[in-house]
Write a protein that binds this ligand. Sequence first.
Ligand SMILES: C[S@@+](CC[C@H](N)C(=O)[O-])C[C@H]1O[C@@H](n2cnc3c(N)ncnc32)[C@H](O)[C@@H]1O
Length: 374
Amino acid sequence: MIELNQYYTPESTSLALASMLDISNVRSCIELSAGEGALVGPLKASNKNIKFTTVDIDQSNSTKLANLYPNDVHICGDALDKNIGLKNDSFDLAICNPPFSYVDNSDKYSYLLTGKFGTLLSKNKRLRMEVLFILRNLQLLKPGGTLAVIVPDFILNSRPLLNFRRILFDRFELFNVVECGYGSFKKTEAKTYILFIKKVNKSKFSKVVPVISIVNGVLKKNSIDIENAIKTVEKVEPNSGYEIFRGCTSSKLCRESRRDFHHNYSGLENFSNVTYKVYSAELPKFKYAKFNDVLINRVGRSVGDTVILASSNVIVSDCVIVIRFHRASLREAFIENWTRDRADWIKLHVKGTCAKNISISSIKSYISTLGKVV
Ligand SMILES: C[S@@+](CC[C@H](N)C(=O)[O-])C[C@H]1O[C@@H](n2cnc3c(N)ncnc32)[C@H](O)[C@@H]1O
């Protein structure tokens, strides 16, 4: 059932998660979105004294778990519901493979979006479920407790969540990472990570976090410099290093020019080069994209689709945003990051229900996060 994101954890990943934890002193463990208990099994096998509390929204899962582990507590309900009967600061360990999806923001989540997290996220129209589950788990842990959470690549590496990571890892200690590689979860192509986070004040901890990669069955030791993952992004001055604008004429007027023009065509392959017939002189009253400009569909079903102009110039309609980079390094950074982030960024930033659209200012904000890197 894809709606509930019921992608259960494969045994190899559950074993990897359990093997990274020191559970000798753990007495209580919470698993939100517990599914059929894939994460519970290996922990039960190594420590019989842990009392588990599981939560799943699907009654058939809660019933299965109650039959399998009758001495533990199994709650059927929405794990993000504040009033589900769980006490804050009360568990030694939290394990979680949350739904990989978005949810519409509402007052219901305001109890999780406090302090800097609130300032950053409370005005967002949509929120990542993984983000909410991380915050909920941390709230439920005792001080000093550990959260082991499985997340998609987007949570650890994307630009849109960079400030979320900065606040999260400034406040809590990320002390281990397991990289599970693409295709670790059947039905999903997502590259996934297991993050091990301690509910402690982070300031005195190491900046380099060990990473174990399990890719195609091969195990490698690595590390990440957490400063890179969380560094305060230095804002690029608006319009420094690039220009951004949209066409100023409707497709109808563009057509009347009797010249080729670029519009929010669907079906063009993302990041492909597009070429148009070249005319010697530009017509007044139209806006033109030029060679190497990045063209992004501003509106419609194909909103956010992105191509590169490979001919010398072309008229653009008002349904297209043009980005003209003056610095090659900024252009490269944009293309590299946009290739990875685009689909998720669109889901977060698209406005309008009938005529879906994105704004120039939101793309400017995105470019500003490329900051110091370039
Ligand atoms: C990705 S599966 C993970 C299941 C299990 N933890 C595992 O690793 O195999 C996500 C689970 O979350 C449950 N779920 C989805 N939304 C939920 C919510 N708001 N509260 C509680 N459970 C939820 C689904 O029913 C599903 O069993």
